[in-house]
Design a protein. Structure first.
Length: 138
């Protein structure tokens, strides 16, 4: 992956994260907390992929993204351990929202997931090189 490809791929993922954030907000406004929670996770997932692309890495699975993010951004201190744990928690919440028939997600849960996604997206933008941080606004 060339430097130009890295920056372009990272910018594309950030734009996708911004779209997912709009979708999560729309689902929340429509009173659909399960969908809002799931879409909030994809904000985080796409922002994490942007970070990985920025250093020339691409994971082949959701768990791979979490693992590489921890290895390359959390452990070295480029992202806080709180944000690393947030990614893992939001991944589990997304799986529960989509598949666990006994899971319950409230409007408050969705609001928290969206707030967490916004925090992660801001941190990801801050951790990217200046050339990879330009993307569509929220």
């Amino acid at each position: 992956m060339t430097g130009d490809n890295r920056a372009r791929n990272a910018a594309d993922e950030l734009a996708r994260a911004a779209t997912c954030l709009r979708e999560a907000r729309a689902l929340q406004e429509a009173g659909l907390p399960y969908g809002a929670t799931a879409r909030a996770y994809y904000v985080v997932f796409d922002a994490a992929r942007a970070l990985l692309f920025s250093i020339g890495l691409e994971a082949s699975s959701h768990r791979g993204v979490v693992s590489l993010l921890g290895e390359r951004f959390v452990r070295p201190g480029r992202l806080s351990s709180r944000l690393g744990r947030l990614v893992s928690r939001m991944q589990r919440d997304r799986e529960d929202a989509d598949y666990a028939t006994s899971a319950v997600f409230t409007a408050e849960d969705a609001a928290q997931a969206i707030a967490d996604a916004e925090s992660f997206l801001a941190a990801a933008r801050g951790a990217l090189p200046a050339t990879g941080s330009s993307s569509e606004s929220q």
